[in-house]
Design a protein around this ligand. Structure first.
Ligand code: F6R
Length: 365
């Protein structure tokens, strides 16, 4: 089953261009059409006045990324909730807000229970973004979008995450269209962005040898800090989760603007700092945050694109993708942080596909 690969995680990282093409196919055929979300979508999507996303772990980080897209492209208010917190909170519910659950397995207990709880609180309809057909969560939802990542076996989620991002981006643009905020020209541009995405992801995969060289350095460290801003902050969170989960290196992520509110105190020459810094509107801000790190002796490992115009210097290492891909940039930048975690784990000799204490599908509380 592994073919030329050594681990399922590695295989699944490399399957991402195909997983993305398969998931995008229906969108390229139909455009950003409501029917992509199921037969009830045309009746329900035009009515919603807000979105509440509920998920756990990596799926939650996909939700955090989606908040940026949904609020900026669709102009709809969007909250993102951790399922295990939401379900025990006296949460305020607006019946006109669409509940969106995100789950690779479709069986995560906390997400399932949070969905039931949202219905009890008064939410009327829910969309499931799920990778496993006919699992519990999509069966309990009025609307569904199946990601087509194929079976994901490694405990650490990789291809499920990037296909979830594509599903959520599709939701944002579709809602934007319904609400008259996306012009035909913009829609064509977003379709083009999707069409080019698998190729850009392939370019990111080709960076593996350079990323491995970084990972070999990380393997000797006890801690790492991940920074990003805006759309790339959730990718920093995902990078830190992947690293801690499979290599057992303690990693934390912060929005880079928060550095001086606390985490800067941790920075010294023993603390590698990974920065997700493509050429988006916050790049200049990120650059000044990086200077704050350098001034304290922190070593920077920067994932950028050609348009970010970084050069290497003392204590600043840079790996670049060829060009900036616009609003789908978080999908492309998910790849290098997955590869970094994978190789750091290999270098430390941990069980990549079955990290200690974790299960693939969390069907208990
Ligand atoms: C991390 C990881 C977990 C899952 C989480 C939710 O790599 O895989 O954090 O993302 O347990 O699982 P699903 O998406 O199946 O609900």
């Amino acid at each position: 089953e592994l073919g030329p690969y050594s681990h399922f995680m590695q295989k699944e990282i490399y399957e991402q261009p195909k997983a993305l093409s398969d998931t995008i196919e229906a969108v390229l055929d139909a455009g950003f059409a409501m029917q992509l979300f199921g037969e009830n979508a045309e009746a329900l999507l035009p009515k919603l006045t807000g979105v509440k996303i509920i998920a756990c772990g990596t799926s939650y980080y996909a939700g955090l990324t989606a908040k940026y897209w949904i609020e900026s492209i669709a102009g709809v208010q969007c909250d993102v909730e951790i399922a295990s917190e939401y379900r025990y909170r006296n949460a305020w519910a607006d019946p006109q807000h669409l509940v969106v659950t995100i789950s690779q397995s479709g069986e995560t207990l906390d997400t399932m229970e949070a969905l039931k709880y949202a219905k009890e609180r008064g939410h009327q309809y829910a969309l499931s973004i799920c990778n496993v057909r006919e699992s519990a969560i999509p069966r309990a939802s009025e609307l569904v979008f199946y990601t087509r990542a194929g079976a994901e076996i490694g405990v650490a989620s990789t291809k499920a995450f990037t296909t979830q991002l594509v599903a959520l981006f599709t939701l944002a643009v579709t809602l934007g269209k319904v609400r008259g905020r996306v012009s035909a020209e913009q829609e064509a541009g977003y379709l083009d962005d999707l069409r080019h995405l698998p190729g850009s992801v392939q370019h990111a995969l080709n960076l593996e040898p350079q990323i491995k060289a970084w990972a070999d350095k990380f393997a000797a460290k006890d801690h790492a800090l991940f920074l990003g801003r805006g759309l790339h902050y959730p990718i920093a969170l995902e990078g830190a989760l992947k690293l801690k989960e499979i290599s057992y290196i303690h990693a934390e992520a912060y929005p880079a603007g928060e550095l001086k509110h606390g985490p800067l105190a941790l920075v010294d020459s023993a603390m590698p700092v990974v920065v997700i810094a493509p050429n988006d509107s916050l790049l200049e801000k990120v650059k000044s945050n990086m200077q704050e790190v350098r001034a304290r002796g922190g070593e920077l490992f920067v994932f950028a694109d050609a348009d970010s115009h970084f050069s290497e210097s003392e204590g600043v290492h840079v790996i670049r993708t060829p060009r900036h891909v616009g609003v789908l940039s978080p999908v492309v930048h998910a790849i290098p942080v997955q590869i970094l975690a994978y190789h750091a784990a290999l270098a430390r000799g941990t069980d990549v596909d079955k990290p200690r204490n974790l299960a693939k599908s969390v069907t208990v509380e």
